[in-house]
Each structure stands twice: as structure tokens, then as C-alpha cells.
Design a protein around this ligand. Sequence first.
Ligand code: NAD
Length: 471
Amino acid sequence: MKVRNPRTGEYDYELMEDALEMVEKKATEIRSAQKAWQHLAIGERVAVLQKWLGSFTEFQTEIAEQLAIDTARKRISKVETSGIIGLMQAWIYRAPQLYNPPAERPSASATTVQIGQQWVPYGLVGVISPWNFPLLLALIDTIPALMAGCGVLLKPSEVTPRFMDGLEKSIAAVPELAAVLKLVRGGAETGKAVVNNSDAICFTGSVPTGKKIGAVCAERFIPAFLELGGKDPAIVLADADLEVATDAVLRSCVGATGQACQSLERIYVHESIYDTFVEKITKKAAAVTLTTNPDEGQMGPLIFEKQAEKIQEQIDDAVAKGATILTGGKVENIEGGLWCAPTVLTNVTHDMDVMVEETFGPLIPIMSFSTDDQALEWANDSIFGLSASVFSKDRDKALAIASQIEAGAISINDGSLTNKVYDAEKNSFKESGINGSRMGDAGFLRYFRKKAILIQTAYPETMANFEENPS
Ligand code: NAD
């Protein structure tokens, strides 16, 4: 598979796709090592992760450089690699505290029976990840799954695959880890093979792919932890601090060029402050600089050309239906890269794709509302329910609005706080995902099935006193 460089537009890297037999072979190899891995004490698995932390740190610069080519983001690539080091450290600290199957105890319902409880990890977890944060989203579920005693078969996105070379070197340096963590390369077909060879799936990606994977997992009767797309709303109440709100909304809309699942994508502003809000954010958006020189600037090019087409289609659809562009407004080819400056749109409605479909780009469509109920109705008028924001100086009022938004995480007086906070559990609502939280303690505990060992301590019932239960 040919891989495109988002800065130059050139196809300058070749991804050697794994044949389906190779996926099966790796799955079988992991399975043969996983039982021993599962039966290690948690402290022994922690020791292996410590070694990986060391080897990952050794290859950190190489991995960040590979990420920087695939994503055209220098600074964020460094943040991604240091974020993984932080995640490894966090699970090294937290997993042993959480691994605590309860001691044997008498049953309350059958008093002669002792209950023993075992925690049994899924044997092989398949992890399938997207292109927008290639390393972080490949490892965010992988690390706690390994800590729980699972083996992991990992398939990162074919759009941004270069970092796999460096990552594999860091894994190969720790043979105990390499036996239970293997990478496979390829696109949808390889992904399907991962789903068909695993005992549980952690998928991060789009809603359409998530639905397909969920259906196969249902057919195979295995759990699917699905983390999907979003169309996050922000509600800016009449008493919001406008400097704070415009800064936070802009950062959330254009950070990582809007290519984050938890980017704010539709903004509802109270009519009393609407004009000032629009004026301020337009001025700030117009001042955002592009990283056409990789060492300077604030916002990079779009990574995936199909996404760039979708962004342009949303702008065209909005303009055709009456929207006004106040700044930005088109996808441009600059030296082969596809760029879209921060784009503020007004006169938008929910009849336009830009207000209802995921954009995954730096668009800032703004509507004004007259009552809080109207803002809430619009915020909840979505198939998505990933996250949202509320801006107000009145904490209680903001909390009351937050409690009525149908989404799994609400940032108050900020945007996209879920990209900084890893220890708050959250579930996606509606089509943004399903099953146990990847964040917080549940991100580790969800990999165990609870097995009950029931020990009869009195004489077993004999056939002499066996009779049909009168009830
Ligand atoms: P995608 O769904 O196109 O692909 C994701 C992964 O699935 C890729 O590795 C791809 O090769 C694989 N795949 C494709 N078809 C498959 C199939 N039939 N079976 C198995 N695997 C298959 O998504 P994308 O374009 O890479 O990523 C962007 C999407 O990811 C956006 O919708 C974004 O919101 C979402 N996302 C969600 C979160 C979250 O935490 N909720 C985080 C980041 C991105």
C-alpha cells in the first residue's frame, strides 16, 4: 500500500500489508504465550512494562520523527510520544492497586457455600486504531489490556503507519512483551482478520466502520469496545467570559487541525453576546498561522485527502444553503499539502451537513439561541454523543445545563478536556460508542471476566433428601 505524505502530497512510503495467514499466525503465536503471561503475578507484568518503558524511551525520538512525517505535526508528535510514557507510568502505578480479586467469603444466599472470585482476562484483544493520533490511539487500550494479562494483536491505521517501525523496535527489545504484543499492517481486510481472530475488540474510528465491526463481534459473540466519532457542541451562555470562551472554542475547533474526535464542531451562543463572540473569534481565527514552514506556525495541513474532500463538501453545502464565511473557507493545495485555514461560518442551520455530520477539520459554525432550552434542544439534536462544552460564570447554571446534554463528557469553561484528563470514567452516548469506559479505572477492569468458584462446605445433598422444590 502506498502512503501519502500530508506535507508534500507525495506517496513516499510503502506499507507491506500482512497476508491474512500472517494475521492468523501472529494470533496463534500470541495465544500460545498468553496463558503464561496471564498467570504471572501483576508485579511481574509490571516489571515487563517497566522494561518496555525503558526501550520505548530509547526509540522515542525515532518514533516521534516517523509520526511527524505521517501527520505533518512536529510538536504534537512529541506530545504523543511523551503522552505514551505518561500512560505507561500511570498504569504501572495504578494497575497493581486495582488488581484485587476479593478474598473467599461465605455466601449470603446459600450459607454453607464459600464464594471465591477469579478475574479472568480475555485471551486475545484485537486493537484497531485510526490515523488522527496514530500512536496514542494504538496504545491507549493496549497498555491496560497487557497489564490485565491479555495478549494484544494491534492494527494501526494504514493512513499513518510509519511509526510502527520504531514501535516494533521498542517491543522487540523486550522479548517477554514481544511474545504477547504483535503488530499487523494493512487496511480494512487486515482489520477484519483481526476481528475474526480475537476474543474482544477495542476499536477507535468512524461510526460506519464501528457499526460493521460491532455486527461481526455480535455474530462472533465477543465484546466490542467501540470509541467512535463525534459532533461536539458548545453552549455559550449569556454570562460567559468571552475572552475565555472564544479562546477555548477556537483551540478546541482548530487544535490538531480539527482532526480530533473531541473537537468542538458546532457552537451555540446566546443572542445577547452573539455579535461580540463572532467578532472576537473571527479575529482570533484569522490570526492563526499555518505551519507551511514545519518549524513555525500553529496549525498543520489536513492528513487524509478523503477527509479534505469532505470538509470542502461541507463548506460548499453550507454556502449553497445560505451560510456566510467570515474567515478561511476553502481547502487549498500548498506545495502538495492540503490546507484549510480556520473557517468561521454564520447563518448556519441544522439543514446543513456542517451542523449535523462529523467534519474532522477546522470549521467553526456558529448559531445564536434565545433560550437555554433552545440551545439544549439543538445540542441534543444529533446522532452523536461523545462530548460537549458549556461556558458560563455561574457554576451551578453550567452544571444544570451539562446534566441535560446527551454526551459522555462535558467540559465546563473549556473545550476538549478529555484530551488532558485520563482518570475520569466516561461512556460515549448514542452512536459515538458503546461499552466500558477506556478512561479511568474501568480502562483496566473492563478486560476481566468475573468467575465465581462456589465451594460447598456442608454435606452435599444426597438423592435420599432430594425432592422437587415446592416453590
Ligand atoms: P475508520 O473507521 O475509517 O478506520 C479506523 C480503523 O479501522 C483503521 O485502522 C482501518 O483500517 C480499520 N478498518 C476499516 N474498515 C474495517 C473493517 N471493516 N473491519 C475492521 N477494521 C476496519 O476511521 P478513521 O478515518 O481512521 O478515523 C477517524 C474517525 O475516528 C473519526 O470518526 C473520529 O471521530 C474517530 N475517532 C474516535 C475517537 C474516540 O475516542 N471516540 C478517537 C479518535 C478518532
